[in-house]
Design a protein around this ligand. Sequence first.
Ligand code: GLN
Length: 397
Amino acid sequence: MKPVNSQIAAMGTTIFTMMSALAAEHKSINLGQGFPDTDGPDDVIQAAVDALRDGRNQYPPMTGVPELREAVAAANARFYGLQIDPNGEVVVTSGATEAITACLIAMLDPGDEIVLIEPLFDTYLPIVRMLGAIPRLVRLQPPHWDLPRAELAAAVGPKTKAILLNSPMNPCGKVFSRGELDFIASLVQSHDTYAICDEVYEHLTFDGCQHIPLMTLPGMRERCMRVGSAGKTFSFTGWKIGYVSAPRALAGAVAKAHQNLTFTSAPNLQRAVAVGLAKDDAYFTSLASGLQAKRDRLAEGLAGIGLGVLQTRGSYFITTDFSPLGFDGDDVGFCRHITEQAGVTAIPVSAFYENDAPSHYARFAFCKREAVLDEAISRLRRHFLSNTAAAPIAASS
Ligand code: GLN
């Protein structure tokens, strides 16, 4: 029989699914895939329940129910001073992953170049390749993940159609600075390109560090597609409701991509997310401050075990350098080892690179109950600190 699509055939199952399955198999504490272990706000759940009961269960408008499009526009104005027209500049999608895919489909012709920044979320490259576009990778280096401006400038050229920017950034927790964003904005404008802005962690920033949408910079309103996520903003990752804010011409193209991907998303969940976006400022600040406390708790515990803990300014994640532990293997081996032997699961950071990845970093999610984080730390402590001074910890399990 003829083979299936060659790029699909060559692709593995996503690391997040693999590690969650391994965690389940070993009954390990899953600090791998990034999802909270408690539900989001009760009033948002109640709004979804109510919306299931009031007779609007057929196809909603393709670009999203009016309530949510209006709420997305209002949130853009409230948080960032962005004026977005809910009729024509907002597209609701089935999660931010679909939103990003729809933006890529909307932008890229075969042969177009797109600049991607490593480490990068694992759906970007496969979609770019399936579209026949050419990725130009620019790499941030640990531990500070500063933008290498000369390399970025060298990656942008006459064929560049877009740059894909993820800030706050998964897995490294970097929040791009105003200076870095100014530099990116100047390149986007001088090369007449666009920016796809994956801002799913927009409300999850710490230490007083403010997320600045690239779209708010001078000259960028007409060049950016800004992606948000109800999953991350309201702790309902399974709801899969995302939204794109974009100038009319680009939003129209994104809507046509969405029409061919999922067409619409559950109307009841959309209406509940609209209720969420209208919540008072205290909700958003306490979401961030609660996560910051969890970050600190996990960071302190991991550092106490001897891991090198890199700074996280936003997102759900801490990147750690496990080489001080003397583990004899790479990051995939390490994450498997701690799942099987310590009962704690993390994500190997090499999954966020195309090739030649650094191999001694593991990503831990801290969006979990404090008792769960504490138990994870005590399991890792028991495992690693009872093995110290011995020979390197064998990679094989
Ligand atoms: N964004 C989540 C993470 O990085 C995972 C999303 C997914 O599993 N597709 O862990």
